[in-house]
Write a protein that binds this ligand. Sequence first.
Ligand code: CMP
Length: 439
Amino acid sequence: MFNNKVLTKNEIIWNAIIFVAVIFTAIEAPFSFIFQTKIQKWQLVSDLIISGLFVGDLIFRFQKKREQNMKFTSKGHRLKWMTLMSVDLIASIPYDILSYALGFHAFTYFRLFRLVRVVRLFEIVSHLAFVPKAIKFTAILTVFSVAVHWISLCWIMIAPIDQAQVIDRTSHYITAMYWTVTTLTTIGYGDITPTTNQGRLFTMVIMILGVGVYGFVIGTVTKMVQDGERYKQQNREKMHDLASFMKHYNVPERLQQNVFSYYNHLVTKRLTENDNKIINELPQALQSELSVYMNMKLIRNLPFFKNLTSSCLKEVAGALEQKYYGPGQTIINIGETGSEMYIIGHGSVEVILSDGNVVATLHEGQIFGESALLHDTKRNANVRALGYCELYRLDKEQFDEITTRHDELIDRISSLTSRRSGDRSERHSSSVKRIQQKL
Ligand code: CMP
C-alpha cells in the first residue's frame, strides 16, 4: 500500500498543502450539497485557490515526467499515470465558479464534481510511511473525521431525524454526528434510532463497519505506540543481557560501571548496533555511498572544512572510518610515528605536553593528529579522551593521497599546525619562566 519513494522536504510541504485543500473540499462540498446552500463569496474564493493549487500541481508533475523523458516502466504504469493526470485535470476545474458564472444555482450536483479531488488523498496517504509519527497520526485522525462527517451527512439524507427533535441546521448536523460516532465506536446508546427501513439498513451497515473501524483505530494506535517503544525495549533487553553477562563472569565493579556507562552513551546518542546492521545488509556499493553521504554531512558543516572544494570533501568523506574511545583512553602517544589523524564527531579530548601540562582541549568538529602526518615527524603531544568520544579516523596513506591532489587542504592544515606549534612554544616558555621564578 505504501509508496517506497522517499519525499524531499519541499514535496512533504507541498503534499501537506494539497492534503488541506482536499480535506477542505471533502468537508465543504457534501455539506453544501446536503443542506442545499447557495454559493457564498468565500466559497468562490476558496474554489479559486484550490483549483489554482491543483493546476500548479498538475503542471509540476507533468514537467517532472517530461524531465524523465516520459519514461514508463510498463504499459500499466503509463495507464495509471494517464488516469491520475486526467483525474487531476477534472479536479482542477473550478466548479463553484463555473456554476455561479453559468447560473447553475439550482444544479447542485454539478458542484459535487469537486469531490474528485479526494482521489488525491490515496496518493498522499501512500507516502505516510516516511513522514514523522505526529504528522502521520494527525493525517489518519483527519481522514477518520472526514469519514465521520460523510456518514453523518448520509444519515441526514437517508434517515431523516424526527423534525420535532431538530431545531436548526447546526443541531441537525451535530445530532447526526453524535449518532455516527456512537454507532461507529460500537457504543450505540440507542437514544437516536432509525424510523424508516432505509434508515435501519444504513444503521446495520454502519454498525458492521463500526466493528472494523474500531479494530483498525485500536490496532493503528497500538502499532504506533509499539513502534515508539521498540527502540527502548531493545535497549532494555540489551542492558538485561549485559547485566547477566557481568554476573556470570563475575566482572569487577569498576569495569561493569565502565561498560554500562559506555552503553548508556550509545543509547543517548541513539547509536545502535541496529544502525550498523541496517548498513551492513546493503550491497557493498550502496554501503560505501551511504557512509560517504553520512560522513559528508558531518564534515561539510565543520568550520575546518568550510569552503574546501566538494571533490576534496568527497574524498575525505570516503576515507573516514568511525572509532570509539572511552574516558581516559589514550588515543595518541607522544614520540610515536603517526599513522592517522582524527576528526571529533562527538565528545572532547585533551592535548597533553611532555611535562604533563594540558595545552588544549579539543571538542566536536575539531581535528588532531594532523601534524605528524603533514610533516612526517613524531607525535608532538599525547591526546587523551575526556569522556566517550566518537572519532573519525583518516589513514596516513589516504591522507597522503588526498593532500597530493588538494593543495587547499595542505594549506589549511599547515596554518593549523603552525598556530598550534606557536601555542606549544608559548606554553613551554611560560612554564620555563615559572620554574626559573621558583628557583
Ligand atoms: P600530532 O603531532 O600528529 O599528534 C599530537 C597532536 O596533538 C598534534 O598532531 C596536534 O594535532 C595536537 N596538538 C598539538 N599541539 C596542540 C595545540 N597547541 N593545540 C591543539 N592541538 C594540539
